[in-house]
Design a protein around this ligand. Structure first.
Ligand SMILES: NC(=O)C[C@H](N)C(=O)O
Length: 337
């Protein structure tokens, strides 16, 4: 009996959303020119017969889109379905196939709002399945392997790309033309090799079970927008975004989230009008914005995004604003998550 329970395969659901992992090109030479979101989840699963040795796998097509087109409503729809499945007794782990362009945003969103310690793995590919040396098959195999493992429980939402297990909070797409596209400034949590996971570190930030956010209590997400900074920038974009209704503006700043002197007065005025100003950095290998460095955040009542890049800062700001509009509370959340 004991042997029987030990060898019982986990039940893993693959939720498919589209992306290049479901992409198809005209020829095997097309690694970069193809259409994303073409292949259905049943075909993806059927293409990897070895999955049946890892887990009892079933698929669900939640949507079929390229991830650059994901909306807040799509995020909520996916988040709710993940939550329903996580609550179900006959589901042990969940894999989400996703386009890589916004994979880091979805993974972080789920990491914040899913109240479960069951493994949730988000996975994509850099090449369509029709291409030579396509990476989707192995990435998905690895995702199912991690989703069906007991060791992956309680580690927050994870991403399996290029044999690495990354924290969904930390990981970002750093380059768009290589299969080693996904990196975290703080390193991967582990490796997955031939269906077995090897762990090296744990996430330190609050997530899933330890999060104060719950998808079940989120009806809609507020409008949070990003304005990109560079030399010669002016305040046009910031003002336009606020006028269009943004509740918070993520300043995708240079360096330490620094703000051009041409923009500072507009941001001070917008904050006085109630818009939250959140300073992040768009430096490539990962920013690290410190409070009251470069700008007097205490004086202006601005928030800093810590090490979150602008697109991840937008996700946390949206989720946080469903609970509070107090800038001190927002700052606490930016340190803790
Ligand atoms: N590699 C990819 O998946 C890119 C694609 N544009 C997507 O995010 O859906």
């Amino acid at each position: 009996k004991e042997v029987e329970t030990q060898t019982k395969l986990a039940n893993v659901v693959v939720l498919a959303t589209g992306g290049t992992i479901a992409g198809a090109g005209a020829s095997a030479a097309n690694s970069a020119t193809y259409q994303a979101a073409k292949v259905g989840v049943e075909q993806l699963i059927a293409g990897i017969p070895e999955l049946s040795k890892l887990a009892n796998v079933r698929g669900e097509q939640v949507m079929q889109i390229a991830s650059e087109s994901i909306t807040n409503d799509n995020l909520l729809q996916l988040g709710r379905r993940v939550s329903e499945l996580a609550d179900s007794k006959d589901v042990d782990g969940i894999v989400i196939t996703h386009g890589t362009d916004t994979l880091e945003e979805t993974a972080y969103f789920l990491n914040l709002v899913e109240k479960t310690d069951k493994p949730i793995i988000v996975v994509g590919s850099m090449r369509p399945g029709t291409a030579m040396s396509a990476d989707g098959m192995l990435n998905l195999y690895n995702a199912v392997a991690v989703a069906s493992s007991k060791e992956a429980r309680g580690k927050g939402v994870l991403v399996t790309m290029n044999d690495e297990i990354q924290s969904g909070r930390d990981v970002s797409k750093m380059i768009n033309i290589k299969t080693e596209a996904f990196k975290s400034p703080w390193g991967p949590l582990g490796m997955v090799v031939e269906g077995k996971s090897y762990w090296f570190r744990l996430p330190a930030k609050r997530h899933t079970m330890d999060s104060e956010f719950d998808i079940k209590n989120i009806k809609s997400l507020p409008d949070v927008e990003i304005a990109y900074s560079y030399g010669n920038v002016d305040d046009t974009a910031y003002k336009a975004l606020a006028q269009a209704g943004a509740k918070a503006i993520i300043h995708a700043g240079t360096g330490n989230g620094s703000v051009s002197s041409r923009v500072v007065p507009a941001l001070q005025a917008l904050r006085k009008d109630g818009v939250q100003i959140i300073r992040s950095s768009h430096v490539n290998a990962g920013g690290f914005v410190l409070r009251n460095a470069e700008q007097p955040d205490d004086k202006y009542d601005w928030v800093v995004a810590h090490d979150l890049n602008p697109q991840k800062a937008r996700i946390l700001a949206m989720v946080a604003l469903t609970k509070t509009n107090d800038s001190k509370e927002l700052q606490r959340m930016f340190w803790e998550y």
